[in-house]
Design a protein around this ligand. Structure first.
Ligand code: AMP
Ligand code: MG
Length: 325
């Protein structure tokens, strides 16, 4: 059952905040497009977003905040240029990529050491995030491959019966995604063109660099900034195939007998894909840091979130094969 409530009603806002608190997803309006939101601190809730969107791969999410002051809890450093942009464009459709704090689950950033943050200006979005009291991770509320929704009715067609609540906040004022920037060596770099124009940004911070190769045409999973382990990675059908002891084993479920590997990480004791996805990046990063010769990763079923995880594993295993043979 999906409730569609007027987002300007305080009771609807309370409902939304309550759902987020219990790990559920809420569709909410922003000034760019409608978002599919989850508690940014809850890895399992965030895994649900990917599951519902049926994304074949993971894509880092934008973390939405309700007050500028919340930024300090998410970002390690706030460069001067970021301060200036925030002062001028927040709340509003500008997303800033900053070095992330440890507390943000790795699934939110798809394993990256940075996090994309913005403070939306839509009153319903702000009310909901403030009522919830903590950051909300959200991509656009559309299944993979569909256009982004700019009205509640667009979402209804796609997600009816799949999310408990859709907050209706009318037509999105901008109707296109936020502009995304990062700061490199003090200079602002444009990652995605969006609702704030480059000219507007330049009036505040001076000349802006384009992110070399990339932009909006590449599929997000193809982008070079995606996390990939440094350690050689081999996909195996079972722990029996493990030959090197100085290795890590990324196991889907609890192995029946102890594997040969020095380091074992179990994605989900009960072999649940959503739980596995919630742990996927953090386990992979831990194994990558364990100083092993090779990471063995157990093949996952390629359905639902399993496809997104296998996409990453295949890419990691191919990368090694391409550079070391
Ligand atoms: P959206 O589809 O509007 O939710 O925006 C998500 C997009 O933000 C991703 O596809 C990435 O292009 C970008 N993004 C999010 N986090 C990061 C990050 N840490 N580094 C670079 N780009 C990011
Ligand atoms: Mg999107």
């Amino acid at each position: 059952m999906t409730d569609i409530l007027d987002g300007h009603d305080p009771l609807a806002i309370e409902r939304a905040a309550g759902l987020l608190r219990q790990g559920d997803l809420v569709v909410f309006p922003t000034e760019t497009v409608y978002g599919l939101g989850a508690d940014a601190a809850d890895a399992l809730a965030v895994a649900r977003i990917f599951e519902l969107k049926k994304r074949p791969r993971f894509d880092p999410l934008i973390v939405h905040i309700g007050e500028k002051a919340w930024l300090r809890a998410l970002a390690l450093r706030i460069p001067a240029a970021a301060e200036e942009l925030i002062e001028r464009f927040w709340p509003g459709p500008l997303t800033i990529i900053l070095e992330k704090r440890e507390a943000i689950p790795d699934i939110v950033t798809a394993g990256l050491p940075t996090v994309a943050i913005r403070m939306p200006s839509h009153p319903v979005a702000l009310e909901m995030i403030r009522a919830f009291g903590s950051p909300v991770a959200a991509p656009s509320a559309n299944p993979f491959g569909y256009v982004s929704p700019t009205r509640a009715s667009h979402v209804t067609e796609m997600f009816k019966g799949k999310v408990p609540l859709i907050l209706d906040g009318g037509a999105a004022a901008f109707g296109i995604e936020s502009t995304i920037v990062s700061i490199r060596e003090g200079k602002v770099v444009a990652h995605r063109h969006g609702a704030v124009s480059i000219e507007e940004l330049e009036r505040v911070v001076g000349p802006i660099n384009e992110k070399p190769a990339g932009g909006t045409t590449e599929a997000p999973g193809e982008l070079p900034y995606h996390y990939a382990p440094h350690t050689r990675l081999v996909i195996v059908d079972s722990a029996e195939e493990i030959t090197i002891g100085n290795s890590g084993f990324l196991s889907f479920g609890q192995p029946e007998s102890p594997p040969k590997s020095r380091h074992l990480r179990v994605l989900s004791q009960r072999s649940d894909l959503r739980e596995a996805a919630a742990h996927f990046f953090s386990h992979l990063i831990e194994l990558d840091r364990a100083n092993v010769e090779v990471i063995y990763a157990e093949r996952l079923p390629e359905t639902g979130l399993g496809r997104a995880m296998m996409d990453r594993l295949k890419k990691a295993s191919r990368r090694y094969a391409a550079t070391h043979h």
